[in-house]
Design a protein around this ligand. Structure first.
Ligand SMILES: *[C@@H]1O[C@H](CO)[C@@H](O)[C@H](O)[C@H]1NC(C)=O
Ligand SMILES: *[C@@H]1O[C@H](CO)[C@@H](O)[C@H](O)[C@H]1NC(C)=O
Length: 782
């Protein structure tokens, strides 16, 4: 997203001398712009003549209303609807509308469509997405989306927010150095797909009966293969992602496909980068072909801010600005974040580079979305969400869900038995580290102003008596105050070190170059651990993983928690986990690699699969076989769970037509389409699907929550993954309780692999299913 806004947002706090003056000016400008009512079109009550327009007639079908509106517009007026700050048309009762709002993990002030004010000073700030993803709880993804859209509607009703949100970010977290990995649901295509569709449903689905209506419009971004921001000077604006068809189809595209098909998202955003030499926003195969053609997007395609400008100015992809405008619109772009299309489309039409009909199509998609949002239905206060207002933002229940999301996501990576801490056994807890008492760091990027903060220190101090020292002046930790920190730890019954990163280390436009803890943090941790009187616990706040092998192997470090960027209530959740009021259940949504990994692997290599010819080790748990610091799916509990397989077939026979080539020759794999995919005969089930039932038992002495993962290792054909996730399910079990978790496996969809040219194939032979430590061999044959 916008290259400019994140920088301007982070201005330094004004010195107190100027504070009064600035306040005065701000208050003046607020009151002059003060708007307490929403923007909307067709205000028939205020202007009865508008009732004559078909596009304002709520009884008519949306398609008809859109066509009616488009037919009334001049070319210049139409062009005004191609840009994010859409021009109004006064004669038709249409106000200007700002399309750009953000709601990655709460209503955000990034994006000019949304503001906080005295009336709504803040909104609920959920954990950054990478931590929410670690919960592996699909109903949580949706529940958060639902709260965010309620708060967004409430803010819209008082003129503070838009209806169109350019969230979520569902790019695969391919490389641990990526500064925006924090915004994503991690490295796994299945988890990312479930996150995408779950969060989008939460944002979009209304409580009304018309399924085509939108509560707010979500947007899956950045399409596609976008995950380099600025690595050693290689910037997203110029980066050409070279992606083979196999990785495209089984890694980069699935979250977008699920977002459109399962989530029914109202928008997809094309990215800045090129894919195989073409800017994504100018690629007709990716836009008209895949998103609108194959996946049947019901909504609009928007550019990043401003990728059309970028493909012209930075990439020199076209000779003239008019050509850049034309090539994007002709490729299927409907809306331009920025003003480029507003400036250059008319010239493109006059030069015959783009037809007016293409512009009609684009703005129709935009209008269709606004119609589904009720924007053309008159006063929103009289519509389904008209009753929402400031009282519905930052409610106790919403803030509790923010704390709950952080609890569900926090991952316990190491525990030598000292956790949970008994509050009565601790007289003094030393809380040390540059992230120990942070506020803003906890909410990551694409944030809003939160309702309030509970810092880790405040959370812990709510339970036991604490002493505190930051240890370094910031996370960069150029100099660690080791002497004072070790003294504090030596005098306490236990020590919690809260360390890690913030936006100065990993952010938009800022990729890391290494995986070590910043500056002298490692030295601080090691010395504190050596000097501490009691057990030492590490709490790591970050988006991406770190090489913390030293701490993993340090016997003095009794426990390690990864808390992502845990949101406004982070401190509550951290304390709940440390003191055992919540039994941790989060699992890592991405691999934690050792530092040596990034020394071998250029960030710009998009290949997922290893290459034995040059020692390239591959990426993610699906392909990488080397050493990890922590693995995808890692995460401990304070209780013990065991699995046993109750039901799973050993053999599945696929019935082929007489004429099928595989009947007469040796075949390693079959196309995952065709009659055998409709009528397969299964040895264990019956039909092209079967079930795997696994019994899970909590054999420990306390209640716990457990994520059951079903992985499979397919036969080694077509460079298939060494292991990939087929399904996951999170369950709560009381002590000594057990339950059966059932997975339904569709052979053609779930057990197929993508071949070298992007075709889905069912590999014949032995598939190894994994649940926990269990392995089960399943033979697929003809
Ligand atoms: C911790 O941070 C909070 C919020 O910024 C602040 O009010 C408090 O004074 C800090 N505590 C210490 C001990 O520095
Ligand atoms: C998943 O999240 C929802 C919403 O917070 C919660 O009600 C449910 O208990 C969670 N499931 C588990 C197993 O923790």
């Amino acid at each position: 997203m916008g290259s400019s806004s994140p920088l301007t947002r982070r201005s330094r706090a004004p010195s107190s001398v100027f504070l009064t003056f600035i306040c005065f000016v701000l208050c003046l400008s607020y009151s002059s712009n003060a708007q307490s009512s929403p923007v909307f079109a067709c205000d028939v009550a205020g202007n009865p003549s508008l009732a004559a327009y078909g596009f304002c007639n709520t009884v008519l079908k949306i398609e008809y209303r859109v066509a009616d509106l488009v037919a009334r517009l001049t070319l210049q007026e139409k062009i005004g609807f191609l840009v994010s700050k859409a021009n109004g048309v006064t004669r038709l009762g249409i106000p200007t509308y700002e399309w750009w709002s953000e709601a990655l993990h709460g209503v955000s002030y990034v994006g000019p469509g949304t503001h906080f004010s005295g009336q709504v000073p803040g909104a609920t700030s959920f954990p950054q997405v990478i931590l929410t993803a670690a919960s592996f709880n699909v109903s949580l993804f949706q529940a958060i989306g639902k709260v965010v859209s309620t708060e967004a509607r409430a803010m819209y009703n008082v003129g503070l927010a838009g209806l169109t949100y350019w969230s979520p970010n569902v790019n695969i977290f391919r490389d641990p150095r990526w500064g925006r990995g924090q915004e994503t649901p991690g490295e796994d295509p299945l988890l990312s797909s479930k996150y995408a569709s779950g969060y989008v449903k939460g944002l979009q689905e209304t409580d009304g009966s018309d399924a085509n209506r939108l509560k707010v419009a979500a947007c899956c971004k950045h399409y596609t293969a976008y995950d380099v921001d600025n690595w050693k000077g290689i910037e997203r604006y110029n980066f050409n992602a070279v992606v083979n068809q196999q990785d495209m189809d089984d890694t980069y595209q699935p979250p977008f496909k699920s977002c459109v098909i399962d989530g029914n998202v109202a928008s997809v955003m094309c990215s800045y980068n090129q894919v195989n030499g073409k800017p994504t926003c100018a690629d007709p195969d990716l836009l008209s072909g895949v998103i609108r053609g194959e996946w049947k997007l019901n909504g609009y395609i928007v550019s990043d801010c401003d990728s059309v400008d970028v493909l012209y100015k930075n990439q020199h992809y076209t000779k003239t600005p008019a050509e850049a405008a034309a090539i994007s619109i002709n490729a299927g772009l409907d809306l331009n974040c920025g003003s480029f299309l507003g400036q250059h489309t008319e010239e493109a039409v006059k030069a015959g580079l783009v037809k007016e009909a293409a512009i009609d199509k684009a703005i129709s998609n935009n209008f269709m979305t606004l119609m589904r949002l009720g924007f053309f239905d008159g006063d929103p206060k009289k519509q389904i969400y008209g009753g929402l207002g400031p009282k519905d933002v930052c409610t106790t229940a919403n803030q509790e869900l923010a704390a709950e999301a952080a609890r569900q996501g926090i991952v316990l990576l190491k525990n030598n038995g000292c956790l949970p801490l008994s509050p009565t056994a601790i007289k003094t807890l030393a809380v040390i580290g540059p992230n120990a008492n942070v506020t803003k760091t906890m909410i990551g990027n694409y944030e809003g102003t939160p309702c309030k903060y509970t810092t880790p220190l405040q959370g812990l101090a709510g339970t036991v008596s604490t002493t505190y020292l930051p240890g370094c002046s910031n996370v960069a930790c150029a100099v660690a105050d080791v002497a004072a920190a070790t003294k504090l730890a030596a005098a306490a019954d236990a020590t919690v070190l809260v360390i890690g990163a913030d936006q100065s280390i990993e952010a938009e436009s800022r990729d890391r170059v290494d995986l070590n803890l910043p500056g002298q943090q490692q030295e601080l941790v090691t010395q504190v651990a050596k000097a501490a009187k009691g057990p030492v616990f590490l709490v790591i706040m970050s988006g991406g993983g770190f090489d913390i092998t030293f701490a993993k192997n340090d016997a003095k470090i009794a426990g390690i928690l990864w808390v992502g960027y845990p949101g406004e209530a982070g401190g509550i959740a951290i304390a709940d986990v440390i003191f055992g009021r919540y039994n941790p259940s989060g699992r890592l949504p991405m691999t934690w690699y050792p530092q040596s990994y990034v020394e071998k692997v250029p960030m710009t290599n998009m290949n997922m699969r290893p290459d034995t010819s040059n020692g390239y080790p591959g990426r993610s748990y699906r392909f990488y076989t080397g050493e990890t610091v922590y693995a995808f799916g890692d995460g401990l509990s304070y209780t013990k769970f065991s699995h046993s397989l109750v039901k799973a077939p050993r053999l599945v026979s696929l019935r082929l037509e007489e004429s099928h080539v595989c009947r007469s020759s040796e075949c390693q794999s079959l196309d995952a389409i065709g009659p055998h995919c409709e009528n397969a005969v299964s040895g264990g089930g019956g039909g092209p699907a079967f079930e795997v039932h696994t019994k899970v038992r909590n054999s420990g002495d306390r209640e716990g929550i457990h994520t059951v993962f079903l992985f499979t290792t397919p036969p080694a054909v077509h460079g298939s993954p060494r292991k990939h996730l087929l399904g996951f399910e999170k369950i709560r079990l009381g002590k000594m309780e057990e339950a059966v978790v059932k997975f339904k496996i569709d052979i053609c969809r779930d057990l197929s692999v993508v071949d070298e040219i992007g075709k889905r194939k069912i590999a014949l032979g032995q598939h190894l299913l994994h649940v926990g430590d269990l392995k089960h061999s399943l033979n697929i044959r003809i």
